[in-house]
Design a protein around this ligand. Structure first.
Ligand code: GLN
Length: 493
């Protein structure tokens, strides 16, 4: 049954529906693949019984002639940032270790309602802060990819690195991710898979451990554009429990897929030609333009003049919000409590937070508290908010000239674990192309384009107008059809 693990969302759902195989066979195949892939360290906990129960429910529905739902019979991985009822939810932190929510996040509930089951909770950078999956309390995630001729362990990207590693290694057909400043797109690019961050507000944040609330968005990660469209449809929708949730119907993205881009204009932002961007990435960007032209689009030059300020602004706004969101982890309400002998309440707070948060999380809290403090607020936080507005206005102006923007997803391919840890700024630079769309709340997707001379995947990014996930998916589909990306990591785990 091992070939079942080569199937994606659509193939599994359609195969279960037409009786080519049972959902139980699929769940068993993936449960076995997950159990055999412990070396990837992609999962923090596995939930084989959840996957089997959902599979049995799908098979029973089929036997009764009922509709299976758009994710019917598909077992998925769930980033461990989504609260799952009765299943430990940690955000890959020690401070939440042992926390078992009494409630289910809206997004995960929607996926179960659409017929999906859960293989387990996926590892990530702690509190989704990181670009390499090296900040998890539960250890690094390994990418299934390696450079040709090398055994060095590679980064699956971050923060959704458990998700990218599992989907690329075919131990899950798809997984949830979250993207605050690139955490769906960068890991997707590093591992040769697709991932879309929808417009801010499309997917409910209710029950998702908060990092930076004005930026956090959930989205799907899968091996094809079609699979992303299906899964996003299941995840999205208005939720009265999230005050920033969009009151809009969910479009039929799967049915609307169309790779014919005749009449569409694709913008190429000149400011994304940055120093330090890998030559092979620039080459694949050129190739991407050709593919979109071939699909019928017109390529136009656009300008996003405030691009270079986006990353510094993000590293003020995101830590500011994080420092406030993470104030709730005090040893009283969730997970860890460190109560030294004879300690009072304040000592308990301090000891719990000192023991419970990792170094990167502490760095963010310190930066965030600093930029929000009286005397520095105007110099940093207010300025960053102004830049955020300017970045949004750049996109508005560009979208007067084009329908979508094509750019690289990342400035480099994946890197060996441990190689970028000297200086946090080097790591932060990974998201230089991803962060502007996050600040502007725009839908953005990474699609695999090619492999570089080391045999590592490179991704192309499409950024769309607000609410135009369909346009992003369609441009992604046009690239997918022309790229014919078929490379797979060689199994070493
Ligand atoms: N890598 C970025 C950061 O560390 C983005 C993370 C994310 O999108 N969750 O903040």
């Amino acid at each position: 049954m091992s070939e079942l693990t080569n199937l994606g969302v659509k193939a599994i759902r359609d195969g279960v529906t037409d009786g080519s195989f049972t959902a139980r066979e699929v769940a068993e195949a993936f449960n076995t693949a997950v159990a055999d892939a412990a070396e990837l360290n992609a999962f923090i906990v596995t939930t084989p019984d959840h996957a089997l129960a959902a599979a049995d429910a799908a098979d029973a529905k089929r036997a009764r002639g009922e509709d299976l739902g758009i994710m019917g019979g598909v077992p998925i991985g769930m980033k461990d940032l989504f609260a799952t009822k009765g299943v430990q939810t940690t955000a890959a932190s020690h401070i939440l270790e042992g926390f078992t929510p009494e409630y289910e996040s809206t997004v995960s509930q929607k996926l179960w309602d659409a017929g999906a089951g859960m293989l387990g909770k996926l590892n990530l950078d702690q509190f989704a802060m990181g670009s390499s999956n090296e900040t998890s309390y539960f250890g690094n995630v390994n990418s299934p990819w390696r450079k040709e001729g090398s055994n060095a362990a590679m980064s699956p990207g971050g923060s959704s690195g458990g998700s990218s590693s599992a989907v690329a290694a075919r131990i899950a057909p798809a997984a949830t991710g979250t993207d605050t400043g690139g955490s769906i797109r960068q890991p997707a690019a590093f591992t040769g898979i697709c991932g879309i961050k929808p417009t801010y507000g499309r997917c409910s944040r209710w029950g998702v451990v908060a990092f930076a609330s004005s930026l956090d968005q959930a989205g799907p990660m899968a091996r094809s554009v079609e699979d992303c469209a299906i899964m996003l449809e299941a995840m999205a929708g208005f939720d009265p429990k999230d005050a920033t949730s969009l009151q809009m119907d969910v479009p039929a993205w799967e049915a609307g897929l169309d790779a014919d881009l005749k009449g569409k204009k694709i913008g190429i932002p000149k400011e994304y030609r940055m120093d330090g961007t890998d030559e092979e990435i620039l080459k694949s960007w050129e190739q991407g333009k050709e593919w979109l032209r071939d699909a019928g689009a017109t390529i136009v030059d656009v300008s996003l003049p405030h691009t270079k300020y986006a990353l510094p602004a993000y590293y003020i706004v995101a830590p500011a919000e994080a420092s406030s969101n993470l104030a709730r982890y005090d040893g009283v309400r969730y997970g860890l409590r460190d109560l030294p002998d004879g300690a009072g309440l304040q000592d308990m707070y301090a000891a719990t937070r000192a023991a419970g948060f990792g170094d990167e999380v502490k760095r963010r809290i310190l930066i965030g508290t600093y930029v929000l403090s009286a005397g520095f607020y105007d110099a940093y936080y207010t300025q960053a908010q102004k830049i955020r507005t300017l970045v949004s206005q750049d996109f508005e102006k560009a979208f007067a000239q084009c329908d979508a923007i094509l750019a690289p997803t990342t400035p480099t391919a994946s890197f060996p674990l441990g190689s970028l840890n000297e200086d946090p700024l080097t790591m932060y630079l990974n998201d230089v192309f991803a962060v502007p769309a996050s600040l502007a709340g725009l839908p953005a997707m990474s699609v695999p384009a090619t492999v570089n001379s080391d045999g590592l995947p490179l991704g192309l990014q499409i950024v769309g107008k607000p609410f135009d996930e369909q346009g992003v998916l369609n441009a992604g589909l046009a690239i997918q059809q022309r790229a014919g990306f078929a490379a797979q990591p060689e199994k070493w785990w």
